[in-house]
Write a protein that binds this ligand. Structure first.
Ligand code: PGA
Length: 260
């Protein structure tokens, strides 16, 4: 696990975007796992800037999103299809047919979930999976209690998640109660997991995920089992980490570390 702590949201967004840009430079047909929510917006802005100013080329890239609300059509302003189009896809040269966001309106969720898993496999798996973290420690919509071996499926959202996301809907009662989400097991198969978190509101979840026990009560803690999990967190989100100074020390010493 690599814990990278930086002063500001802008810095973590730029550093996380750089990891993705390096992958896309080295592997133009990379498979990216993408996330929604407010946290990855800075990272997406930076990728858009790199596309426009530095020619970062997404023409052969394939994307798979983590989740979608059940019941929202792709043109619903709060759907994750809409979010991805507005905040990333329409600003870069990714081919629409290469982007995948789970369907919130399929009439056969079971088959769709199997299809989605198969599709990820068909593309050779996800190279980098971008993740945010919920206030309750969830990754994607894997709420507390989700199996750490779970696969893509329909999940009932926790009350806290519904409350957290109510700010995006005109009426709290409009927030969907169900979502289709990649499972923790699906996420753990990505080559690299890259989690971004900022702000005081995430400090408890980040501390539980990085320093707490591996537990279904905090599904992000499953990343402790992943061989290449990277956390990009700002000082506020890092404020409850007991070993904060040690993570910073590791990053300081990293340029001189022997390679193996
Ligand atoms: P946020 O959501 O980025 O909007 O804070 C993160 C999440 O719930 O996964």
């Amino acid at each position: 696990m690599e814990v990278i702590i930086m002063d500001t949201y802008e810095e973590i967004s730029a550093a996380a975007a750089r990891v993705i840009a390096d992958l896309v430079h080295n592997k133009p047909d990379a498979v990216l796992g993408l996330a929604t929510g407010s946290t990855p917006l800075g990272l997406y802005k930076e990728l858009i800037r790199m596309h426009k100013k530095e020619g970062l080329n997404f023409s052969k890239v394939t994307t798979f999103n983590l989740d979608e609300y059940v019941g929202l059509t792709p043109d619903h302003p709060q759907s994750y299809h809409y979010f991805m189009n507005e905040n990333l896809f329409k600003h870069i040269n990714v081919q629409p047919q290469n982007t995948h966001v789970p369907s919130g309106t399929t009439d056969d969720f079971f088959s769709f979930c199997e299809w989605y898993e198969d599709k990820i496999e068909e593309f050779g798996g996800i190279d980098i999976q971008v993740l945010g973290i919920g206030g309750d420690g969830h990754i994607a919509f894997n709420e507390p209690g989700s199996s750490l071996a779970s696969r893509t499926r329909v999940k009932t959202l926790a009350k806290q998640t519904i409350d957290d996301n109510a700010r995006f809907f005109s009426r709290a009662e409009d927030v969907p109660v169900y979502a289709i989400t990649m499972g923790v097991g699906t996420i753990l198969e990505a080559e690299i997991c890259l989690l971004v978190a900022n702000g005081k509101g995430k400090a408890d979840a980040v501390a539980a995920a990085i320093e707490g026990p591996v537990s279904a009560a905090c599904t992000a803690s499953a990343l402790q089992l992943h061989p290449q999990a990277m956390y990009f967190i700002d000082e506020a989100a890092a404020s409850k980490l007991k070993m904060r100074d040690y993570y910073k020390w590791i990053q300081e010493k990293k340029p001189d570390a022997p390679n193996c």
